[in-house]
Design a protein around this ligand. Structure first.
Ligand code: C6P
Length: 406
């Protein structure tokens, strides 16, 4: 079951470098992961051999580009176990996926007096679009709180759900806390009152197998760049019947079947939601990332990352003045913390001088910071290519920072 980390590391060219005279220790994977050679090569190959616009041309290059682009859709369908490629919409990323749903589905299904329920640990991208929708239509945004460990207060869920609840939005794996949420249970309880459920899987897909049919979620979004793929591409999964009934999000080329000045007939799914020339290279790189992930085995990678997180959590417990932010029983990949007497931003800068890349800040989850009474945290986040030695390097650098500020 264990993985050969050195073999995996060898596939990531960016890791072979020094930063400030030290071997790079990249622990900012929740912000974006590095890309394996297979993804970089797929992008280069496409631009060197097949570059053309899709769905339009009758020439060989356009046919090849279209086949590769649609092949990428099929890869995503298989990865998420969607019923059909008609349920796979390419978007810029998780953020655009949520905005699409809030605007198109929300704009037609949420009205005055209705409620949208999110949780206290959402990323801003799963807060702000719903806030905007609620303001626009006169609906109310409700929040399922989190406890002191950074787990959802599930005992309050049923009291917050009612026939007024039109949508529940939940993050699968919290980027600020590492908490893995019991989304199946939430989906079941939300469906019982007739609400639809959107799962923000931006952090989850690289770290656990996802089966949208088994989950029975209505919408699932994720970003390629957090799962070893390129930036600027992501996916929205939605049940076909919902997409069928939703109005287009944007108008333009490719999303139409017929246009006159009087009226437009929209294209079939999923093209109705992909106006304009899509990110063709991005989709092809995304498919290469999916192939890479599947070849490694997401579960095997996750088991390795869990060992690193457990080891880091153990070391954190022994680290003077360190307070973990997020200690829920089910966590993955993220170690979020504050260190007595050292602002997270200073910590980030000191660690950078040691060649260690972490993220410091509010992680686009300001309400989480407010809940824990901190302005920011330092966050180390693990991926398949990280090692135990890198965890040691992190804690050695933390000790140095502590001494410096003592
Ligand atoms: N979190 C982080 O460092 P985009 O930017 O669209 O690819 O993903 C947005 C997003 C949505 N949901 C969650 C749970 C996320 O973690 C993110 C992105 C990055 O934590 C950048 S803020």
């Amino acid at each position: 079951m264990s993985i050969d980390v050195q073999r995996i590391r060898a596939e990531f060219p960016v890791l072979r470098q020094q930063v400030h005279g030290r071997d790079l220790v990249y622990l900012d994977n929740a912000a974006t992961t590095q890309k394996p050679r297979a993804v970089i090569d797929a992008l280069r190959r496409y631009y060197e051999h097949d570059n053309a616009n899709v769905h339009r041309g009758v020439h060989a290059l356009s046919e090849r580009a279209t086949a590769a682009y649609e092949g990428a859709r099929a890869s995503l369908r298989a990865l998420l176990n969607a019923r059909s490629v008609r349920e796979i919409v390419f978007v810029r990323g998780a953020t655009e996926g949520i905005n699409l749903v809030a605007s198109s589905w929300g704009g037609t299904h949420v009205g005055a007096g209705d409620e949208v329920l999110i949780t206290g640990m959402e990323h801003h991208s799963n807060i702000v679009p719903w806030q905007m929708l609620c303001e626009r239509v006169g609906a109310t945004l409700k929040v399922l709180p989190i406890d002191q460990r950074g787990a959802l207060c599930l005992d309050q869920l049923d009291a917050l759900l009612s026939e007024r609840t039109k949508l529940v939005g939940v993050v699968h794996l919290s980027n600020a806390l590492g908490t893995i949420n019991p989304v199946s249970e939430i989906i079941r309880r939300a469906h019982a009152v007739g609400a639809k459920v959107l799962i923000d899987g931006a952090q989850a897909v690289a770290h656990m197998p996802i089966d949208v049919q088994a989950l029975d979620c209505d919408f699932y979004v994720t970003s390629a760049h957090k799962m070893y793929g390129p930036t600027g591409i992501g996916v929205l999964y939605a049940k076909e019947a919902l997409l069928e009934a939703m109005p287009p999000y944007q108008g333009g080329g490719d999303m139409i079947r017929m246009v006159t000045f009087e009226r437009t007939e929209y294209n079939e799914l999923p093209y109705k939601f992909e106006a304009g020339t899509p990110n063709i290279a991005g989709a092809i790189g995304f498919a290469a990332a999916v192939a890479w992930l599947s070849a490694q085995g997401v579960e095997r990678l996750a088991a390795h990352e869990q060992q690193l997180l457990d080891y880091a959590t153990e070391r954190a417990a022994a680290c003077d003045g360190l307070r973990l932010i997020g200690t829920a029983s089910r966590r993955a990949t993220v170690l979020s913390f504050v260190l007595d007497g050292v602002h997270p931003h200073d910590l980030g800068t000191i660690l950078d001088r040691e060649g260690i890349a972490i993220r410091a800040g509010h992680h686009c989850a300001m309400p989480v910071m407010q809940h824990f009474g901190v302005p920011a945290t330092a966050r180390a986040s693990f991926a398949a290519y990280n090692t135990r030695e890198e965890v040691d390097a992190l804690f050695a650098a933390l000790a140095k920072a502590r001494a410096l500020f003592a």
